[in-house]
Structure formats: structure tokens, C-alpha cells
Design a binder for this molecule. Structure first.
Ligand code: AMP
Ligand code: ZN
Length: 505
């Protein structure tokens, strides 16, 4: 059975067949880097990550391009307010985005591009549109003549006759022949960054950035384009118009759009002020994995209501999964195998794979794995689980985690690698790493809460081994010290017949 996706262009669920299997060419609209991303943005990026991971899981080879919008009204306005150059200003938020992305286990797209590095490609595309009669000039700016492009509106299916100018259209203060027309090239304005080009001095409009960059790397027709549903109109509608008018070919074959993360019935957004950045939530003690889990838990075409209750439950759900994996690796079971149990695990794998094939139904994929977790724990508690059943169950968890990516607990290692925190001190008493004051002073946001978070799994295992060694030597003072240090770091030890187990507070 092949993969199926809801395609905004056709308005229905379609079988997915890339142009040149096993290659999949995909473009995703990335962040506008004028501030820290909020977790609404990350809902869309987590969806895109699940999409790319599942495509890979099913044997496709990805060529995935993501842009970073580093020139537009907002980046210019904020860099001016900060008194820094556009490049320096956007560099800071690109770096911040990369750190967040690593904590959220977002795989890096094969190609990440900045708009300001592609001005020449945008200019060329605008020249083609001018030559083909789809563009006109007015006061040094260049506009796309929407009435010239017959298929305008095919993605958003809006009533264009009654259409009013959208927010981004409104913000263009230039003269246009028709309210629906949109800007391709903005004439230079005093004090704003601009580029000297054959079109004159100016800067690109937002929409042309994505058309030029996507076609440059993926060709005139490619497989998948995605973003949040707020981008359907006008951004993606305009991308189609520009690209298809220039090439005369279909631009994108499958359009996938994520519904919004909402708070009390409203879209999470900077302008409404109802947002949390990843840093905000980590500072409150939530783990990036729990945030990723929450954002992935609702299928992408359904709005996701953000609550702290939901986030708390996500954290607990991850602990259940991690605890099962811990039991599977550490607990002692009687020799032998149970074919019934192994079939049960294989069925769960098939169920979550099929759920994801079906338009990335993440909710069903979660249900499949949690039913398996429940059955595995029951079998273990009843003494039915056998030593030889381990690999099949571990394989099921690993396969599931190739997509969901929440089982590893290595935030500290990642932050240490990124230079945010010092490596763990090796003395037994110094379990909690101190923050790197210099980094913290820069206001990167990943400060005390991240640093006092629970230890990584590998470190906990090492401490437990040290404690066991101390107990065997009869050095109970050291053993007790390790136990209380771990407790201070949020880890509870439990000595059982089959060894020492641990869980987080
Ligand atoms: P922007 O930085 O505004 O260009 O947005 C980056 C991505 O985040 C786009 O794909 C948006 O559609 C998406 N996005 C913005 N707000 C939300 C939200 N509340 N829920 C889901 N996606 C969002
Ligand atoms: Zn875009």
C-alpha cells in the first residue's frame, strides 16, 4: 500500500507517487528570522520532520530544501530597532533556530538556504516574468499582474472577486494597478537594505524568494511543498502564479499544510502575544522531547490546542515508553521465547506504519505503540515475558522512534556540544553541571532550568554501576551519597530482585 497525503491543491487524499522514485524533492517554507521561533512555528516544523522521516522510513531518498527568510519588512524593522546590520541580526536568530531544531530532533534538511544569498536567482525570475508580460513597473517597484494568470486561486479556492488585500499585501505601500497584484521587487527606500541589480536598486518581495530558491535546487516541477495553513493564501498561491507563469509547467505536485497550534481558540502568534518559545518552556522545566511529542501527537490537518496539562501528559507518556525500554534492556526474564508476544509486537509495528502511511495519522501511530507498551508491561508483570522476546520488542520501539524521535535523553550532551554548558564534572558529588556564565549572559535563554534537568540515561547508568560497586565493597556511605545525589537530580532508584531500576521524579 502506498503512502497517502491530503493535497491542498486537489482538495483530497491522494496516493503519493514522486516524479522520479525513489527520489523525493521537497521544499518547506522556513522561518522568518526576526525573532525566536515560537512553538506554533515548531508545530509546522515537527510535522515536516515527521513527514521527511516517514518518507525515509519507507525507502525514499530525500532532497529537501528549506529557506530562511532573512529579508522582509519584519527583519528589516527589527534589525533597525536593534541598531545592527540585517545580516548580523538575522545570523543571531538563525543560530537560535539551529539550536532549537537540534533539541527538538528536527533532522537538518539536505539544503538550507538564505534568501539574501539568492538575489540573483530572484532577479532572473522577475526578468522572465517581465519578458512574458506578467509583470509591470510602478515607481521603481515591480508587480505581478494577477489578472494575467488564469489559474490564480486554484490552491486557496478563495472567492477572489470579493477578495480584500491580506496582511502582507497591505503592508506594501506602493502603487498597484489592482488590489490583488503583489510585489515582486520593491524599490529601494532610504535607510533600508537594498541590492543594485539589473532591475534597479531594491529588494525582493517575500513570495518571489521561495519560487526562485525552490526551483533553483529542485527543478521547475517538484514533488512536495509544505508549510503552515496560514501560508496557503497569499504566499503559496503567489508562488504558484510566479513559477507557473515563468515556466509554463506545473510547479508543485503535492501541497501539504499543517493546521495551527492554538491557545484558547486563537492561533499562537507573535502579534497576539499568546506564544511560548522553546526556551520559555524549557525554562519552566519541560523537556524538548515532551514538546516534540505534544506537537506530533495530533494529525497535522487538525488544529492542536496547546495546554500545560497536555504538555505534562506528553512528558509522562515519554516516561512510560522510556521505562519500557529500560525494562527491556535491564530486567531479567526467564529463558525462551513467546511467539504470541512476538507476533503482538510485529502487529504493533504494522499498525503504526500503516497509520503513518495514511496521511501521517500520528494519533493512531501513538495508540498502536501504547497498546504494545501496556501488553508488554502486563506480560512482564505476569512472568510471561521471555528473554528471547527482547529483540523484537526493542526493534518495535526503535522503529517507532525513528519517526517520533523522543526516546533518547541527550539534551545535555547536545547543549554541551553546542557550547551552552560545560561538560559534566567527573566527581560523584558534582552531578549537576553549572551553566556557562558567558553564554547565559548573552541571553540565549537556555539557562538554569536546562542545566538542572534530569541527567542523561548513560550518566545515570554509570552512577548506578558505581553505586553497586561501592555496595559490593561495603562502602555504604559512598553508595548512599550517589543515591541522594541522583535524587537531587530528579532520579529515584529502586532496588528490586532483578537489579536496580530508576525512574524520574
Ligand atoms: P514565519 O516565520 O511566520 O514565516 O512562519 C514559519 C512557519 O511557521 C510557517 O510555515 C507558518 O505557517 C508556521 N506557523 C506560524 N504560526 C503557526 C501556528 N500557530 N501553528 C502552526 N504553524 C505556524
Ligand atoms: Zn515560502
Amino acid at each position: 500500500m502506498s503512502l497517502r497525503f491530503y493535497n491542498t491543491l486537489s482538495g483530497r487524499v491522494e496516493e503519493f507517487h514522486p516524479l522520479e522514485p525513489p527520489k523525493v524533492r521537497m521544499y518547506t517554507c522556513g522561518l522568518t528570522v526576526y525573532d525566536y521561533a515560537h512553538i506554533g512555528n515548531y508545530r509546522t516544523f515537527v510535522f515536516q520532520d515527521i513527514l521527511r522521516r516517514h518518507l525515509k522510513y519507507r525507502g525514499y531518498e530525500l532532497l529537501h530544501v528549506m529557506n530562511l527568510t532573512d529579508v522582509d519588512d519584519k527583519t528589516i524593522r527589527n534589525s533597525q530597532a536593534a541598531g545592527t546590520s540585517l545580516r548580523d541580526y538575522t545570523d543571531k536568530y538563525i543560530k537560535a533556530f539551529e539550536v532549537d531544531a537540534q533539541l527538538l530532533n528536527l533532522e537538518a534538511p539536505e539544503i538550507v538556504v538564505r534568501a539574501t544569498d539568492h538575489i540573483a536567482a530572484m532577479v532572473k525570475l522577475i526578468e522572465t516574468l517581465e519578458a512574458k508580460g506578467f509583470a509591470y513597473r510602478s515607481e521603481g517597484s515591480i508587480y505581478f499582474r494577477v489578472s494575467q494568470f488564469r489559474d490564480y486561486g486554484k490552491l486557496s479556492k478563495l472567492d477572489l472577486e470579493g477578495m480584500r488585500a491580506g496582511a502582507r499585501v497591505d503592508s506594501d505601500e506602493y502603487d498597484k494597478a489592482n488590489v490583488r497584484d503583489f510585489v515582486l521587487w520593491k524599490a529601494a527606500k532610504e535607510g533600508e537594505p537594498s541590492w543594485e541589480t539589473p532591475l534597479g536598486r531594491g529588494r525582493p518581495g517575500w513570495h518571489i524568494e521561495c519560487s526562485a530558491m525552490s526551483m533553483k535546487y529542485l527543478g521547475e516541477t517538484f514533488d512536495i511543498h509544505s508549510g503552515g495553513s496560514d501560508l496557503i493564501f497569499p504566499h503559496h498561491e503567489n508562488e504558484i502564479a510566479q513559477s507557473e507563469a515563468a515556466t509554463g509547467k506545473p510547479f508543485v505536485r503535492y501541497w501539504l499544510h499543517a493546521e495551527h497550534l492554538i491557545v484558547n481558540g486563537e492561533k499562537m502568534s507573535k502579534s497576539l502575544g499568546n506564544f511560548f518559545t522553546l526556551r520559555d518552556l524549557v525554562a519552566k522545566g519541560y523537556k524538548p522531547a515532551a514538546i516534540r511529542y505534544l506537537l506530533a501527537s495530533v494529525p497535522f490537518r487538525k488544529p492542536l490546542n496547546f495546554t500545560f496539562d497536555g504538555l505534562h501528559q506528553a512528558q509522562q507518556s515519554i516516561e512510560r515508553l522510556r521505562n519500557l525500554r529500560y525494562r527491556l534492556t535491564m530486567e531479567k526474564f526467564p529463558a525462551g521465547e513467546s511467539s504470541v508476544l512476538q507476533d503482538r509486537a510485529r502487529t504493533a509495528v504494522r499498525e503504526f506504519e500503516e497509520a503513518l502511511d495514511d496521511n501521517l495519522n500520528t494519533a493512531e501511530a501513538l495508540a498502536a505503540i501504547f497498546n504494545l507498551v501496556r501488553d508488554a508491561n502486563i506480560a512482564m508483570d505476569h512472568g510471561e515475558f521471555r528473554d528471547g522476546d527482547r529483540p523484537v520488542f526493542l526493534d518495535a520501539l526503535d522503529r517507532w522512534d525513528r519517526i517520533f524521535a523522543v526516546l533518547e535523553d541527550n539534551d545535555q550532551a547536545k547543549l554541551t556540544k553546542l557550547g551552552f554548558i560545560k561538560p559534566l564534572a567527573k566527581t560523584a558529588g558534582d552531578l549537576i553541571p553549572r551553566q556557562d556564565e558567558a553564554k547565559a549572559a548573552q541571553g540565549d535563554g537556555y539557562t538554569s532550568a536546562v542545566l538542572t534537568e534530569a541527567l542523561g540515561e548513560a550518566e545515570i547508568e554509570t552512577r548506578i554501576a558505581e553505586r553497586n560497586a561501592a555496595r559490593r565493597r561495603g562502602d555504604f556511605a559512598s553508595a548512599d551519597k550517589i543515591r541522594s545525589d541522583l535524587l537531587a537530580a530528579g532520579v529515584i532508584l529502586e532496588d528490586t530482585k532483578s537489579g536496580t531500576r530508576w525512574k524520574r521524579k
